[in-house]
Design a protein around this ligand. Structure first.
Ligand SMILES: Cc1ncc(COP(=O)(O)O)c(C=O)c1O
Length: 377
């Protein structure tokens, strides 16, 4: 990436499979834009916004994620939020992981019934909340909807979907999984986290976005046919919105074809990710509990030091990294979040680990205390 005129090595793009700059993808996008422009189809799906390409994409996505049907969404965030809102009534109860993405939290906020949050990936806490939820639904006659993520995008740990579904028989809930980071990056040919954990069939509502591995915009929700049919007419933010433009739909078809037919993209992604993760561990870095390609690096330091770490990485070492600070992590923790992609090289990995080691020495010796290098900004 070029940042203010200088080339930098970037570790913060969710372009997992490198499709953003792939020549075949660029060609498809360009040709579709030339043929259709951005205007068509005009109107909502239900009115005049339905095309055979939209239907084809929905069918191909459904086949890929092993569900009966899918519904295309213009945006992942509002789509996921809106799907949650549509799926529950005030008699129902939502049980959700405390680290669920903001779009799910906003879906919960729209819910008019009870909700219980369980500690992140903690199955004891989960069962405790299920018990509470069951008590409520026994009175209201409603159902329970459980929300979690496939891959938690900040720290890279997978949601414990396999453990969660093992409670299904006793508590009789439905499960919605936001697999924004897992779709395309994990599981057979990138079929997602449910596939990786061998429990895709137990996920009742599977959500994926095009914003990461697909390197475009848009999203989808997948489920049984009757659930999708219900969502088509009841998901307010999508039902009453203009449908996805043709170049986006045709571009997504091409991307899906590439993901399906080029397993070497997955292989390469994981080679880079594992080299990065193993190299960081060997160099003594704390990379938390990641079991996906998302790679966090935890350091100790203040907010001011975090700012200077980011600046030093960028200005001195030419590394552009996303940094996460309080309140997402505790006050004295700095989390650098690296996203490996197919575009990175082993030399990039080596250089980054070497630069990180130098940065860590400076952090330890107090070089980054805010006042010292504040003028870099
Ligand atoms: C877990 C998760 N869910 C949903 C979204 C929203 O997706 P989109 O960017 O397609 O709106 C994101 C992306 O930022 C995400 O990380």
């Amino acid at each position: 990436m070029t940042f203010r005129g200088k080339p930098v090595l970037v570790w913060s793009l969710n372009n997992y499979l490198g499709l953003a700059n792939d020549p075949e993808i660029r060609k498809t996008d360009t040709e579709a834009a030339e043929r259709w422009g951005m205007a068509y189809p005009m109107g909502a799906r239900m009115m005049s916004g339905q095309t055979k390409y939209h239907e084809q994409l929905e069918q191909e996505l459904a086949d890929f994620v092993q569900k009966e049907d899918t519904f295309l969404l213009n945006y992942g965030y509002q789509g996921c939020m809106s799907a949650i809102e549509a799926l529950v009534s005030r008699h129902d109860v939502i049980v959700y992981d405390s680290e669920c993405h903001a779009c799910m939290v906003d879906g919960v906020r729209l819910h008019q019934g009870k909700r219980f949050v369980f500690q992140h990936n903690d199955m004891e806490s989960f069962e405790k909340m299920l018990k509470r939820a069951k008590k409520v639904t026994e009175e209201t006659g409603g159902g329970i909807l459980v929300l979690t993520e496939g891959v938690f995008g900040m720290a890279g740990d997978q949601g414990k979907i396999k453990e969660i579904v093992s409670f299904k028989r006793e508590y009789g809930f439905r499960l919605l999984v936001d697999d924004a980071h897992g779709f395309g990056s994990i599981g057979k040919d990138g079929r997602g986290t449910g596939d990786f954990q061998g429990v895709q069939k137990d996920i009742d509502v599977y959500f994926g976005t095009f914003a990461k591995s697909m390197a475009t915009i848009g999203a989808f929700v997948a489920s049984e046919e009757h659930v999708i049919e219900f969502l088509r007419y009841n998901m307010r933010s999508q039902t009453f919105a203009k449908s996805l433009p043709m170049p986006v739909v045709i571009g997504a078809l091409k991307r899906l074809e590439m993901i399906r037919t080029k397993p070497e993209l997955q292989t390469r992604l994981w080679e880079i990710a594992l080299a990065l993760q193993n190299g960081l561990k060997e160099a003594g870095f704390d990379i938390g509990n990641t079991n996906s390609v998302v790679t966090p690096v935890f350091l100790k330091g203040s907010l001011g030091e975090a700012t200077n770490v980011t600046l030093d990485l960028r200005e001195t070492y030419g590394l552009f990294c996303s940094i996460v600070v309080y309140p997402v992590v505790p006050k004295d923790v700095i989390m650098l979040r690296l996203i490996p992609t197919v575009c990175h090289t082993m030399e990039d990995v080596r250089y980054t680990i070497e630069s990180f080691s130098k940065m860590r020495e400076k952090l330890k010796s107090g070089t980054y205390r805010a006042e010292k290098i504040a003028n870099w900004a």
